[in-house]
Design a protein around this ligand. Structure first.
Ligand SMILES: NC(=O)c1ccc[n+]([C@@H]2O[C@H](COP(=O)([O-])OP(=O)(O)OC[C@H]3O[C@@H](n4cnc5c(N)ncnc54)[C@H](O)[C@@H]3O)[C@@H](O)[C@H]2O)c1
Length: 457
């Protein structure tokens, strides 16, 4: 059966029973016999893992350096980016760093630019790191597993429901091919969170009744005005945070971390746990003020509030904001029938408060790569794709609620949620963008208006 046929089939099938994890598998690290370096993608007899990076921006470079810090035998063989400049800057920096010189096998012929560059990078390596803007993740992830490569994919996995379905199909292909999939939801690899969630799931504060998850912070980067001769596509891909077809909006791009932790808590070990419905509100105030360069703030909101309801009636309250000068918090809080807590402490009603010892925590950005390298080399099962696609879709469902002002049910969101990203379209810098500027040069006309916006159109 071809991969595309498998893709179609997996979309029809339900994976819930199969994917329930055991306690031992909560991290997804379960030994599966002799699937290791010998049966993985790299050449038999070699213990060198060839790495390629797709998206050579800030996190891409950071993630690559974190991968190098694992200290195993890897060689960077290819860099791909839609633009030439980030590739050259990344190569220059890496070549100047003595620390990582032995990790480079970089030939300038393996610098791949353009919207198709990722394909060549994937084909050159054993393990791919995907750190392009979120809208591209489903396409880049699916191609990597189709070609049989181990993958590290930055969060979020998708910005819309069709992207979620592509990722779920890719998850199944990775599962079938025994590929490792690691995601940039680094809390899932952080000792403090692993211990905190285990204690909650062991019942230290009774049954979980609600969680409160927050990413309230200030304005993020803006990349500057569109160049006089720059195409609209080039500008939007450069300023990707502010266009929802590329970032998903801040509830997805940033707040997905906390929503993922909420799903993890409420899921009680089910990697596919998700809320069944939600409603919420949101809007854009700061991004309309003259303080900011209005026409560079695209069509995204700057605040969202959502109540997500799980099958057992438990509620996850979610807040995210990107406005300067307000109350900030990036955390997760939990209320149980016998106590409460916050990442990463717990206070049972009838007991002492437990805090994760700060001196025992580790750098989660490196830990995730340590776990994946171990899984690749020692034939362990590591598949972050299931919870990552699910929590990305949870955030998409939240955005559908805040944009529309309507109650949104999971099944309907998945089945009928509209595409923001132009899947299946060959992109160039001249392709018309899904969002275009209005006559005033701004994107205000493309900002969702609750009560009017239809998330299924
Ligand atoms: N896990 C975390 O804590 C964390 C932190 C920051 C960013 N991220 C994620 O990392 C990803 C990248 O974010 P960033 O901050 O590095 O952004 P960035 O803008 O600094 O880098 C993105 C790079 O991707 C390139 N690119 C754009 N379209 C591409 C395409 N089609 N093919 C290949 N390259 C393409 C851009 O030219 C740019 O160099 C995002 O998904 C973001 O959400 C995760």
């Amino acid at each position: 059966m071809s991969d595309s046929q498998k893709t179609t089939n997996v979309l029809k099938s339900t994976r819930r029973d199969f994917l329930k994890t055991t306690a031992a598998g909560s991290l997804g690290l379960v030994a599966v016999g002799s699937v290791g370096i010998a049966r993985s993608a790299h050449a038999a007899g070699s213990d060198t893992i060839k790495i390629a990076l797709i998206g050579c921006g800030r996190r891409g470079l950071g993630s690559l350096q974190d991968r190098f810090k694992v200290g195993d035998n890897v060689k960077l063989v290819a860099l791909a980016d839609v633009a030439e400049k980030p590739i050259q800057a990344a190569a220059k920096l890496l070549r100047s760093q003595d620390e990582f010189k032995d990790k480079l096998a970089l030939d300038d012929d393996y610098f791949f630019t353009g919207f198709d560059g990722y394909k060549h990078a994937v084909e050159s390596c054993d393990q791919v790191l995907v750190a392009s803007p979120p809208g591209f993740h489903p396409v880049h992830y699916a191609y990597a597993v189709e070609k049989g490569k181990h993958v590290f994919v930055e969060k979020p996995f998708s910005v819309d429901a069709p992207g979620y379905k592509i990722c779920m199909a890719a998850n199944q292909i990775a599962e079938d091919k025994k590929l490792t999939v690691c995601a940039g939801y680094q809390r899932r690899h952080q000792p403090s969170y692993l211990e905190w969630i285990k204690r909650i799931q062991d019942g230290e504060i009774g049954e979980v009744r609600s969680t409160r998850v927050y990413w309230n912070g200030g304005q993020v980067w803006i990349r500057g005005v569109r160049g006089k001769t720059e195409s609209e596509m080039s500008f939007q891909v450069r300023d990707w945070y502010f266009f929802n077809w590329l970032s998903g909006d801040n509830i997805i791009e940033q707040h997905c971390h906390n929503i993922d932790v909420g799903n993890w808590i409420h899921g009680k070990g089910d990697r596919l746990a998700h809320p069944v419905k939600c409603y919420g509100m949101g809007g854009r105030q700061w991004r309309k003020t003259p303080i900011l360069p209005y026409n560079e703030c695209g069509n995204v909101f700057d605040h969202h509030y959502v109540e997500f309801q799980f099958t057992d009636g438990a509620i996850m309250h979610s807040q995210c904001r990107q406005i300067n000068g307000c109350w900030n918090s990036v955390t997760e809080k939990v209320e149980g029938t016998k106590g409460r807590g916050e990442s990463c402490w717990l206070k049972p009603d009838n007991g002492e408060r437990w805090d994760f010892p700060k001196n025992q925590n580790k750098n989660a950005y490196v830990e995730e790569h340590i776990h994946q390298a171990d899984a690749i080399r020692n034939g362990k099962y590591l598949h972050d794709g299931w919870h990552s696609a699910t929590s990305s879709m949870t955030a998409v469902m939240g955005r559908m609620a805040t944009y529309s002002g309507k109650e949104i049910a999971w099944d309907e969101a998945v089945e009928k949620g509209s595409a923001l990203f132009p899947y299946g379209k060959e992109l160039t810098f001249e392709t018309e963008t899904p969002v275009t500027p209005g006559p005033d040069g701004t994107y205000e006309h493309a900002v969702a208006i609750p009560g009017i916006y239809n998330p299924f159109a």
